[in-house]
Design a protein around this ligand. Structure first.
Ligand code: FES
Ligand SMILES: [Fe+2]
Length: 352
């Protein structure tokens, strides 16, 4: 790949394994709720039993394939398939086969449905998508860097594209003036210079003073924007208002439901006393994400013809890094070797 610019085919949208994906918001999953969620093209029966524990099962009954999510969570906390009533515990083990009569010695305990590691934190449900079913997670799920992180505002929009186009749109530094063409987000184009550094599985635009007028709502602030595989973008804004220091954290994830459907989910966290900023998010947030959604829908009109695409310096450097980090991760998982982040510290310059 030349440093001046690279040509790519329309991105593959390959789904990486051995990583945590944000499957759903936790709030709708009250005890007794069982729902199908799609992740990386796999159907998962995600639920919370009556004891309050989350579980994630492959949403295909091992008997005859009916989705377990169409069944019920029973009083003993097992999931009952709606076809013949086989029951499965949260560890995937079959605990009952109602049709069996005395003398039929089929051992239900030997029948299992695949389970996925699942955890809940910061109001979010994360599911680990292992390369080999049954392996334990290699790392902790992404954590919001805030004590008592509570979701104050959230918005989900479904993008009709693969994960790569959603992610690249998210990290693209030069589309705002054209795609988010609103008075509250616009600035006069000027040369920007931003310092980037590697992170464990990605990179960060290190702490700097943002120039967008929308930030002035929070007074004098500084911000850092991180990106890590598979699609976790944190924006960590720090400042002080009325002499009181605060942190506002934005988390955006691109959750690939299948090869051509990606949910872009954005959450904002702030301390309770900043309640007065909420109307701003309610008013502008959905429009902002819709801008990004509409441009990928438009992009699809071109991608249908499988053109080769370009990534140029320095504006598309984050996208180039994304491809490189992704490739390095895929190879490390495939070969069972240690992942080495190919990103090097760099100052990027562009006009936007
Ligand atoms: S298909 Fe699930 S119990 Fe028969
Ligand atoms: Fe955008």
């Amino acid at each position: 790949m030349s440093e001046a610019g690279i040509q790519t085919r329309a991105e593959s949208g390959m789904h990486l394994r051995d990583l945590w994906y944000m499957a759903a918001l936790a709030a709708p999953f009250r005890p007794g709720v069982l729902q199908r969620v799609m992740l990386l093209g796999e159907p998962i029966a995600l639920g919370r039993n009556r004891s309050g524990e989350l579980f994630a099962l492959r949403d295909i009954c091992p008997h005859r394939g009916v989705p377990l999510s169409a069944g019920k969570i029973k009083a003993d906390d097992s999931v009952e398939c709606p076809y013949h009533g086989w029951r499965f515990k949260k560890d995937g083990v079959c605990s009952a086969i109602p049709s069996l009569v005395e003398g039929q010695d089929l051992d239900a305990g030997k029948i299992r449905v695949r389970t996925y590691p699942v955890i809940e934190q910061d109001g979010l449900i994360w599911v680990y998508m292992a390369a080999k079913p049954g392996t334990t997670p290699k790392m902790a799920a992404p954590k919001v860097p805030m004590i008592d992180a509570r979701i104050r505002w959230t918005e989900t929009q479904t993008f009709a594209c693969n994960i790569d186009h959603a992610v690249i749109g998210l990290m693209d530094p030069c589309h705002a003036a054209f795609v988010h063409d609103h008075w509250w987000w616009k600035t006069r184009p000027k040369v920007k210079e931003k310092h980037y550094a590697p992170l464990e599985r990605g990179f960060t635009m290190t702490r700097h003073k943002p120039v967008k007028p929308a930030y002035s709502l929070l007074g004098e602030v500084s911000t850092e924007i991180t990106f890590e595989l598979p699609s976790t973008r944190f924006e960590i804004i720090e400042g002080a208002l009325f002499g009181r220091p605060f942190k506002v954290v934005g988390l955006t994830v691109c959750t690939p439901r299948d090869a051509q459907t990606t949910d872009t989910i954005q959450m904002f966290y702030w301390p309770g006393w900043l309640f007065f900023i909420k109307p701003f998010f309610q008013l502008l947030g959905p429009t902002f994400i819709a801008d990004d959604r509409k441009i990928v829908e438009l992009q699809k009109e071109g991608l249908k013809f499988e053109p080769s695409l370009m990534l140029i310096q320095d504006a598309d450097q984050p996208a180039i890094w994304y491809h490189r980090v992704k490739k390095a991760w895929a190879e490390s998982v495939e070969n069972g070797t240690e992942f080495v982040n190919p990103v090097q510290e760099k100052l990027l310059r562009w006009r936007s």
